[in-house]
Design a protein around this ligand. Structure first.
Ligand code: PRX
Length: 698
């Protein structure tokens, strides 16, 4: 993909003039309280990065202090070399040892289940007892240690990859921290993904142990997660990869354990275990392994512009140093200040890793975890939770905010949201209307909004307002994080003047950056460091794959991806991923998928599909709605419900260049119903294909 005009810049028509000053008070005193202070610190952090990052690393607990802050042989960074530490120790044990064992680390609320309580009218949506669990730092230490011993008992040790596929329950956090404790890496897979996605990731990561749960609760339904895992185990086996052990948490208890399997029973070559059977009688003491700074902490798969998801590698010390800092500064975290932080993201995404779990616990602030939907049992569910728990910082996605807008102002108005001090958004650009609604109806015009721009690959926030210091503008993620040298450049790596659209790059390494794509060096180098470089020295820059512009005040306005990756409801999907799923259906000859702007979801998925006439004939099928529904179901089964196409259009042929590349830009125009195709079509092999597609539209 390339930028779309001859100067190598991207035009941007969005203009927004409103500016909101930070309020005087936040949840406790502000860590940074003025723009001057931000500017001074940011300048220092990029002019003398090693001194700056050394100070941040001092905040972590080390078993052995590092010798060198940074070794940078682009694109390879080694941070805090020579040091050893443990992520779980930094999140849990150090707080217990410092006398904070009785503080609540985690509050969990689930969907209401069970019979309605008698003391409330049964017609009320909230007539059932809420399911709430609280874990202190001490309890967390015990649970994590016990499960760490369980994993050890299965032979898991340093360097192994444990696959985790669970709902949003405390045991998910326990399982991740238990891996970190014993030096294993976790690979968490979002609970909405299908069996194929799990097996593909387990095979890529060479992971032999899977931790899951019998089910997850969603809108009163049970998602049968362990059954999906069994399917994945069998799929992996058919590809020659054997998963040795599957540990199943009993959570929804929709089936009796004895009816499902007995611990130790073998299914498709994997031994099945109930979590509670393995944990019974196991010691709750387990030492934290001393890990090298650069030991892999976790793998997290993300979509790329080619078919296969990429296993993004994050390592221990750099990730921890970066995430503790960004969490502390962006959300103004302060322990012992009555803060209760709620990030609504699933832990299956990077947002959950960094800002449900690691960033919060390292800062010794209580994190709230919610298992369930925003509209169950009613559409004011989030506001109900904020009111009851007195949430102080709330972090969600623009797609959710747009949905809340649609559901109506009266829902948040029914609730006391006065505990809120900071609001955050993440995952995609937020449109100014949604920003204003969030500010008014959730923040009551009193809370700063931190629009945090970052990626799975960056580990933590790279552009965001710091809430006590940086005035905000609706729709802008404002300024670079301390220590981040972010710029907007053209293809030659030259920094562009204000208001010129270009490519968002980061010129220098930072501790939270990815260290690789698991098992694929070439992809790591070419995707992230192969396109942009310093025009003077030739040193590669990190390329985000996002288009952006910077305004006259130095504020960033992210315009979205410039590669074949689309954001649907804040979830990243490679167009190729959906296309591969479509062509794996026997009826499909070719498929092309594009993103089309959508009011709520940000983008909708439009798929152009050409069918195999022989198959239709042989199976007495037609290019009709029933086949469309079947294809949608097929994608859902292959990738997960989040990848379902919104629109499928059958086409006799797809527009291609003479070299055979599908012309997505044209399809995007066709899908968006653009009146006249103004794009350059000189390389198009056969224009009649496009004319035909547009005729079909009428
Ligand atoms: O396009 C940008 C968009 O999300 C992409 C990263 O997606 P993912 O790795 O799934 O991580 C999402 C959570 C950090 C980016 O390349 N994006 C994320 N946050 C913003 C954003 N676009 C605009 N504004 C944001 N605040």
């Amino acid at each position: 993909m390339s930028t779309n005009n001859s100067q190598g810049t991207i035009d941007n028509l969005l203009h927004e003039n409103r500016v909101f000053q930070p309020p005087k008070h936040g949840p406790g005193p502000w860590h940074l309280a003025s723009m001057d202070e931000y500017r001074r610190l940011h300048r220092r952090s990029v002019e003398n990065p090693e001194a700056f990052w050394a100070e941040e690393a001092e905040r972590l607990a080390w078993f052995r202090r590092w010798d060198r802050v940074l070794e940078w042989n682009a694109p390879d960074a080694k941070w805090f070399g020579g040091g050893t530490l443990n992520a779980c120790y930094n999140c849990v044990d150090r707080h217990v040892q410092a006398g904070h064992g009785e503080q609540t680390a985690l509050v969990w609320e689930g969907e209401p289940v069970g019979p309605a309580t008698s003391h409330e009218v049964s017609s009320s949506a909230y007539s059932r007892e809420p399911q709430i669990r609280r874990l202190t730092y001490r309890a967390l230490q015990q649970e994590v240690s016990r499960f760490a011993n369980v994993l050890k008992g299965l032979g898991v040790g340093r360097g192994d990859v444990v696959t985790i596929y669970m709902p949003m329950v405390p045991e998910l956090a326990v399982a991740m921290l238990a891996c970190a404790r014993i030096g294993a890496a976790h690979s968490v897979i979002f609970g909405g993904f299908a069996a194929t996605a799990i097996s593909e990731r387990a095979i890529d990561a060479k992971s032999r142990v899977v931790v899951t749960s019998d089910g997850g609760n969603r809108r009163g339904e049970v998602l049968k997660l362990s059954r999906t895992v069994e399917e994945a185990v069998s799929l992996a086996a058919s590809h020659g990869h054997s998963i040795a052990d599957v540990v199943v948490l009993r959570h929804t208890a929709h089936e009796k354990p004895s009816e499902r399997f007995r611990t130790g029973e073998v299914r498709h070559g994997a031994r099945m275990h109930w979590w509670h059977d393995l944990a019974a009688g196991v010691s709750d003491a387990c030492p934290c392994e001393a890990m090298d700074s650069e030991a892999m902490l976790f793998l997290l798969y993300t979509s790329g512009s080619t078919g296969k998801p990429k296993g993004i590698v994050h390592t221990t010390a750099g990730y921890l140093a970066f995430v503790q800092m960004t969490a502390r500064l962006t959300f103004n975290l302060i322990p012992d200040c009555g803060q209760l932080f709620w990030c609504t993201a699933d832990i299956g995404w990077i947002t959950g890793h960094s800002y449900v779990l690691y960033g919060l616990l390292m800062n010794r602030v209580t994190t709230l975890m919610y298992e369930g939907a925003p509209n169950y049992p009613a559409q004011d569910r989030f506001w109900d939770i904020i009111e009851r728990h007195r949430v102080t910082q709330f972090y969600t996605a623009p797609t959710a905010i747009r949905t809340f807008m649609k559901w109506g102002d009266e829902l948040p108005a029914k609730h006391d949201l006065s505990s809120l001090r900071i609001l955050g958004t993440v995952g995609e650009p937020i449109n100014p209307e949604a920003w204003m609604w969030y500010h008014r109806h959730i923040g009551r015009d009193a809370c700063p909004i931190v629009d945090t721009y970052w990626q799975t690959e960056t580990g933590g926030h790279v552009c965001t307002p710091l809430p006590g210091a940086v005035p905000t503008k609706p729709g802008s993620c404002t300024v670079p994080m301390l220590g981040i040298d972010a710029v907007v450049v053209n293809e030659k790596g030259e920094v562009l003047p204000p208001d010129k659209g270009g490519l968002l790059a980061i010129r220098r390494p930072w501790p939270g950056m990815l260290r690789g794509v698991f098992g694929n060096r070439e992809r790591f180098v070419s995707n992230y460091f192969g396109r942009l470089k310093d025009p003077a020295t030739g040193t590669p820059y990190y390329f985000s794959a996002d288009g952006a512009r910077r305004d006259g005040d130095g504020y960033f306005w992210v315009m979205g991806r410039v590669d074949d990756v689309i954001k649907v409801s804040g979830h990243l999907l490679g167009t190729m991923e959906v296309e591969s799923a479509l062509v794996s259906h026997p009826a499909v000859a070719e498929a092309a998928v594009v993103g089309v702007p959508h009011e709520i979801k940000g983008n909708a998925i439009h798929a152009f599909v050409s069918l195999k006439p022989q198959w239709l004939k042989a199976n007495a099928r037609h290019a009709d709605d029933s086949l469309k529904a079947e294809l949608v179901g097929h994608v859902s089964k292959e990738v997960g419900a989040l990848a379902k196409p919104d629109v499928i259009r059958f086409a006799e042929g797809l527009p291609k260049t003479r070299s055979g590349k599908i012309m997505r830009r044209l399809l995007r125009d066709v899908a968006s119903g653009v009146e006249k195709i103004t794009q350059d079509t000189t390389t198009l092999e056969d224009f009649s294909v496009v004319a035909k597609l547009r005729e079909d539209d009428e």
